[in-house]
Design a protein. Sequence first.
Length: 618
Amino acid sequence: MKTFITTLLFIGLTTFSLFSQGIPPREEVNLDDVYTQYGLSGENVVVVIIDRGIDYRHTDFLDENGNTRLAYIYDMIDPTGAGNPYGVGTIFTQAEIDTALDNNAPPLSTDRYGHGTATNGIVAGNGSGTPGLEFQGVAPNATIISIKITHDSFPPFGTQPGQTSFFDATYIPIALQFAADKIAELGLPSVTLMNIGSIGGPTDGTSLVCQAIDDFVNAGNPFVCGVGDDGGNDNHAAGTINQNQTIELDVQKAEAGNLRFDLWYSEDDRFTVSIERPNGTVLGPFVAPTGPNVAVDQNFGDIFMFHRGSNTEFWGATSNRRELMIDLAGATGTYKVILEGAQISSGDFNATLNPSTYFNNNKFLSFVTPGYSINDFASANLVITPTDYVVQSSWVDIDGIPRARTGEGNPSELWIGSSSGPTHDERLGNDFAAPGEICHAAYAPDTYYENFSFNVLQNSNGLYGIQNAVSAAAPLTTGVIALMLEARPDLTPQQVRAILRQTSREDSFTGATPNPIWGYGKLDALAAIERALDVQDNFKGLATLVPNPTNGQIEIDLGTSYSEVSLTVQNILGQTLQQKTFNNSQKIRHFIKGGTGVYFVTLTTPSNNVTTFKVLKN
């Protein structure tokens, strides 16, 4: 199940599907061995969940004394909290939540849809809703911060009213600032999950949101964002237009409602645009914006065209690319977006459609290029990006009826809806795959999720149901990271990501890794914990790099001498440019080859002691 939400009048249709961590996924990633051998539970680790909120009254989020396990709820949509330092929403403290619980007061904040509650349950639910803790989350003793950033739309059900959608991407940097402040206040290691995102946007790591995510990670905060649920359909088109050449991008709009076409190309190029309706009527041609600060927007009632220069596109990206966004809100049928190369330097373009997923028939009919379907937020350079694969596709519902999801992949296969890399700038996109089909999650009464009894699990007391898709794989991953940080609180975000990549396993389904579909393979929690415990002193936190920015020459002081250190230089695309080994060194001098731009310099010892610097070369 997937919902689409519109960002003001632009970024829109950013989404996720539903559905924690049941017994099959737990066994699949060797979590039972982690619990048996290491006794980890997420104690003294903070998990920050940016999602649709949480029903904090659910027993999964209470301790043995009935007190809340939440340090904070930040309801960014609640309009009553004017005056807080973040400018939007309402902040509820642990004490305020406990007072509301003690007094059985109306909820301070809740999650009427159910997705946020399920996400929190996957990561950190304690399973106390049933005697055997059968539906316990991955890190059941973690401290929770819930940030409610979006609403999904749903119709009235039972005695409950419906809900309209809300999403504003400008809230994301605010949410990250709140998270950073509260993590620092609590003084505990942390991992943050943002469980939203859908195809569209520059998808090259340069949007304002991606910049905010990278800044958050560079400040020492591991960050997870699933790659998205936009796989399984022809929703990406790419190609090259030559000077004076005309091409037609054929778009099949098979579903009622809005279909968004989003195309990106170089600021140095100029594409003239025409749009042909299904009845053969042609709108245009319309000349391209004349410069980076110019917009050419048109409103035809049921078709809206936004043609923007690189400084006026909707995502605040720094990649010097133009955006052509067309909303097709009218009749179904085949539309043609006709492009002419009026001025060509590169001519390359990437285009996406949303909604266009495995369960609907909206798709490109020409210039189809597989992959490139991850969401923009997951294209940030430093984010940890899991995709989703199948463990089992059946369950028994609360009425004792066997249920199954069919046609979405067999056990050990990638889930059909999992988004695939690479990014638009040709980085891998996916880090690894985690098992999200089918998991178990916390359900709260009177929510849209709980309304569907066939999704509520047998022997769950009505408090747990199924969760699937990347929206399950990403929180399962987040819980594993919380266990890693309990085992080794000093792990850096770079180390966490490197360990998860290095310990992911190949099999006959993943093929040779890394690849844009599976990343580095399938998540292995036990191997990740063992590798984390084997990490040494992170260069004692003393490693420094100067100068930065640089003309190419850098000096790195490791703080102490190491018998062997390997140095790797990568560009912003993730391509390895230089590798070198230094012996018996405390200070390393190196020249970064290549032109001006951003580079990543990574140092590694044989004992997996890793640190990474982001370097700007002038």
